[in-house]
Design a protein around this ligand. Structure first.
Ligand SMILES: N[C@@H](CCC(=O)N[C@@H](CSS)C(=O)NCC(=O)O)C(=O)O
Ligand SMILES: [Fe+2]
Length: 279
């Protein structure tokens, strides 16, 4: 495996640890650091003053996260769905309808190996929705994105960052506000970064600001969200030197994904396939 791994300066990490250790701990301190408290607030709904509606959804067979984002300050309430799974398409569409949203884009971070994407199925149920994936992925979609592109929904957008490694076409989607209004920095990392770990990859995620919230495609341990700062300090793979990283990744001993022979061919054509099993 060729790994142009971005090395994390260990000295800087050690200094951060030392700093944190000296900080007095208040009994009344909130349990969540500010960035995480903000994520919790945004995940529970939207106040009148809030433009971004955000929901994190989970598919338990493949441990996949699907993310719903919408601009609820726009009268059309345009929404995007990141990494939908075929088995949970009806749940997701129902939620979108309940919230009065207008789904515009069904997007993938990459060609998944462990589940069939829901994008093709969504298009059959909600005509007008456009599927999105990176051009480099080699998969079919209505709209192809490249590094630096922006996918707009209302006054919000997702910026595309190429984060190859797990797959050549992996991208991370990063939130932004077209009017420059403050909003939480959120990065949807696909499998380029899994909390405290990573997919089989190198990545370009640690260049983001330290308080950026990271939302991966999967979680196998019960985590939901992390930050660049936490992963720079605690990621069990990406804090290692190149040789150690290679040794870890060469010895993961993960089983061949159960769905890979179905999922990859289906995902290369937007997930259209025989009707999925009833949930
Ligand atoms: N057991 C699962 C496959 C799990 C797996 O391989 N996950 C991928 C991301 S999905 S392509 C991965 O990179 N995991 C890294 C890790 O550390 O777990 C199945 O059979 O589907
Ligand atoms: Fe993957």
């Amino acid at each position: 495996m060729v790994l142009p791994l971005r090395l994390i300066p260990r000295v800087a990490a050690a200094a951060r640890f030392a700093c944190a250790a000296r900080r007095p701990i208040s009994r009344r301190a909130p349990l969540l650091p500010p960035a995480l408290a903000m994520a919790a607030a945004y995940s529970t709904g939207s106040g009148a003053d809030r433009r971004l509606l955000f929901r994190q959804l989970f598919e338990k067979e493949s441990c996949t996260y699907t993310y719903l984002l919408a601009d609820v300050a726009d009268p059309e309430k345009p929404a995007v769905l990141i990494d939908p799974v075929d088995r949970t398409v009806d749940r997701d569409i129902n939620l979108i309808k309940e919230l009065g949203l207008n789904l515009v884009y069904a997007m993938n971070t990459h060609v998944h190996a462990d589940h069939v994407t829901g994008t093709g199925l969504i298009k059959t149920k909600l005509p007008g929705v456009k599927s999105v994936i990176s051009r480099v992925s080699g998969a079919k979609a209505d709209h192809f994105v490249d590094h630096g592109d922006k996918i707009h929904f209302g006054n919000l957008f997702l910026e595309v960052r190429a984060t190859p490694g797990h797959t050549a076409g992996c991208v991370t989607y990063i939130t932004g506000d077209a009017e420059g209004q403050p909003s939480p920095r959120m990065a949807f990392t696909g499998d380029a970064l899994i909390i405290r770990a990573c997919g089989r990859t190198d990545f370009q995620i640690f260049t983001l600001p330290r308080d950026t919230l990271l939302y991966p495609s999967h979680d196998y341990k019960g985590f939901t969200v992390t930050t660049v700062e936490e992963e720079v300090a605690y990621n069990a793979r990406l804090t290692k030197d190149k040789e150690t990283f290679k040794a870890i990744m060469d010895n993961l001993g993960l089983p061949y994904p159960k769905m890979i022979d179905v999922a990859v061919p289906a995902n290369l054509v937007c997930g259209i396939q025989d009707p999925p099993p009833k949930i």
